[in-house]
Design a protein around this ligand. Sequence first.
Ligand code: MG
Ligand code: ZN
Length: 220
Amino acid sequence: MAKIAVFCDFDGTITEKDNIINIMKHFAPSQWEGIKNQVLQQEISIKEGVGKMFSLLPSNLKGDLTDFVLENAKIREGFQPFVDYLAEEDIPLYIVSGGIDFFVAPVLDKYGPYEAVFCNSSDFSGDTIKILWPHSCDEKCDNNCGCCKPSIMRKLEAEDTLKVVIGDSITDLEAAKKADFVIARDLLLKKSKELNLNHNSFETFYDCIEVLKKLNEVRV
Ligand code: MG
Ligand code: ZN
């Protein structure tokens, strides 16, 4: 009987919108858009792009940025019931996020519990914001992910664990390829179809509960 583990994205999954994009739209000088486009066209890595975008922002904005995300981030419906369901069933919930600690942690603190939260961290001691990468790619990934979701999965789970990945975007794709089951929306849904991954779509976390219930029944 395989144990289930859930790996859940943050931006665009737990929150309805991408918080880094929203921060940049609101606070950054216009160069950020050029950097974003370079990332989307895969001319530079996510790691390089995110680092460069935050280096456009002065460190003294820290409080404003955190307040902005706390005020504007909308949590997807059913998130706390989903967290509760997993806790009841003893299924570990790992949050794996390409977001930054200073806004991920305060948003997640209102919900929980989680088995662990993985995201990038930040240094506000210089003139501009510096992003730190405590979960960089291991030797099996050369994608320069920033927060490397497949590396985290490799580190955490035994071979026989049934790995479920929940996400919305291209940044979840490498993790989704390693998963036994994917719960996807938006671009990740499209990719999951194209690649014939085992998947379901979702709009709210109530949908995710239904999928997990089914997987949990099959497992027993
Ligand atoms: Mg996302
Ligand atoms: Zn990686």
